[in-house]
Design a protein around this ligand. Structure first.
Ligand code: NAD
Length: 295
């Protein structure tokens, strides 16, 4: 039980639905470990109440708030500033109430996207230097977009994005255009139905990511990859899914002999730890969090 006093500071989590979220557990474990008198609480906030909820960050002098669906692509309207990657990918998951030189919150709110930062931090933590790498990414939704933009800004050399031709395909085309115009990365968009091209690109890639949710309930028995022949042994294979811990795609990669195969737990942990550092300035011990969260 945290020792809540008149000094305890508040971080929010604004989304709907939100009661299932693991975020308060992760954040509160970290604040406790870091010796910070801070708690995170979840609030049911949708687009209709978002503006007043964001205003309450200023009014209540909160340290900030995590933002999840359906608010990630809307919240920028109520902020004072937005970080470059969040601006390019059009989604914010962390709002920071910036501090003055004395450490007091100022009411000046800045938005970040720590999903993309979290994914790439998890890769770095595995000792992988991804600068100049060729990546194949499946997905054009929130997770994929954040990973693509952050990776392109941080030095991925070539990015081949594949998606089914659903309503989010055009978002992929926009992101490819944004990446080509704003970063040194060469990006291309492809139809996931072109399996010969997918195989060719995967054979030539250094890192692969499935960021679609295929492999997770209710699609837990499925993989976007038809068979093990698509994987080269030295391909770095990642999935944004963390439940189950091993997706069908990850099993295929291991069967093909890939040794560096990672689920979405690292991305989930580091997006939280980066947000926590933005709120408090403190780095949380990674091994402690991994042990506590069973990662
Ligand atoms: P989203 O709804 O924004 O995007 C879903 C993507 O999957 C789209 O590109 C869509 O076209 C594609 N898709 C949907 N159904 C498909 C199918 N049957 N076959 C192939 N592609 C299909 O979702 P999102 O927020 O980007 O989340 C995607 C996945 O990433 C989810 O599994 C989510 O849990 C995970 N995620 C993980 C983290 C983390 O921290 N590890 C963070 C965010 C999201």
């Amino acid at each position: 039980m945290p020792n809540i006093t008149g000094h305890t500071e508040l971080v929010g989590l604004m989304a709907y639905p939100i009661r299932h979220s693991q975020s308060p557990m992760t954040h509160n474990l970290a604040y406790d470990k870091n010796g910070d008198d801070v708690i995170q609480l979840a609030f049911e906030v949708d687009n209709s109440t978002l503006e007043s909820a964001v205003e309450s960050i200023r009014a209540l002098k909160m340290l900030g708030s995590n933002i999840s669906m359906p608010n990630k692509t809307v919240v920028h309207k109520y902020l004072d500033d937005v970080d470059e990657a969040a601006k390019l990918c059009g989604a914010i998951n962390t709002v920071v109430n910036e501090r003055d030189e004395n450490g007091a919150v100022t009411g000046h709110l800045k938005g970040y996207n720590t999903d993309g930062m979290g994914y790439w931090q998890a890769i770095k933590e595995e000792g992988i230097d991804f600068k100049g790498m060729k990546m194949v990414l499946i997905g054009t939704g929130g997770a994929a977009t954040a990973i693509a933009v952050r990776g392109a800004l941080d030095g991925i050399g070539q990015l081949d994005i594949f998606n089914i031709k659903d309503k989010s395909y055009s978002r992929g085309e926009e992101i490819v255009d944004i990446i080509n115009k704003n970063t040194g990365c060469k990006a291309e968009m492809h139809d996931l139905a072109d399996l010969a091209l997918l195989k060719e690109k995967m054979q030539a890639a250094d890192i692969f990511c499935d960021a679609t949710g295929v492999g997770m309930h209710p699609l837990e028995d499925l993989s976007n990859i038809p068979d093990t022949s698509y994987f080269r042994k030295d391909l770095i294979v990642t999935d944004t899914v963390y439940a189950p811990r091993e997706t069908v795609m990850m099993k295929q990669a291991k069967e093909a002999g890939c040794e560096r195969v990672y689920n979405g737990m690292g991305m989930m942990l580091f997006q939280a730890l980066i947000a926590i550092e933005l709120y408090t300035g403190k780095k949380t011990p990674v091994d402690y969090m991994k042990e506590k969260l069973g990662i």
